[in-house]
Design a protein around this ligand. Structure first.
Ligand SMILES: [Zn+2]
Length: 92
C-alpha cells in the first residue's frame, strides 16, 4: 500500500512525458540552428540573405526585403533564403 501511494501510475506517466518532451525540444533546437548555419554561415537576425543589407528590424517572421524585394525566410531567429529554407526542410 505504501509503495502504491508514493509512485502512482499517473505520476510516472507525467514525469516520463515531461522528460521526453524536454529532452526532445532541447536536441531539436541545437540541431536546427547548426543546420541553418550550415546552409548559410553568414545568417544573422538582421541581415538580408540575398543582398546582405543589414535591417533595423529583427527576424521574427518571413517578410520581403525592402531593398531587393526578395522573400526572406526566418528559421531559429535567423534570416535565410527560400532555397536555403527548402534544403533545410529536407534535412529535418
Ligand atoms: Zn535584400
Amino acid at each position: 500500500m505504501i509503495y502504491k501511494d508514493i509512485i502512482s501510475t499517473e505520476n510516472l506517466l507525467n514525469s516520463w512525458s515531461e522528460f521526453v518532451r524536454g529532452k526532445k525540444n532541447k536536441k531539436d533546437d541545437v540541431d536546427i540552428v547548426s543546420l541553418v548555419k550550415e546552409g548559410n554561415p553568414e545568417a544573422t537576425d538582421h541581415k538580408c540573405p540575398y543582398c546582405s543589407v543589414v535591417h533595423e528590424f529583427k527576424a521574427s517572421r518571413a517578410r520581403k526585403c525592402p531593398d531587393c524585394s526578395k522573400k526572406m525566410i526566418v528559421r531559429q531567429g535567423l534570416f535565410i533564403t527560400e532555397d536555403q529554407a527548402k534544403k533545410l526542410e529536407k534535412k529535418i
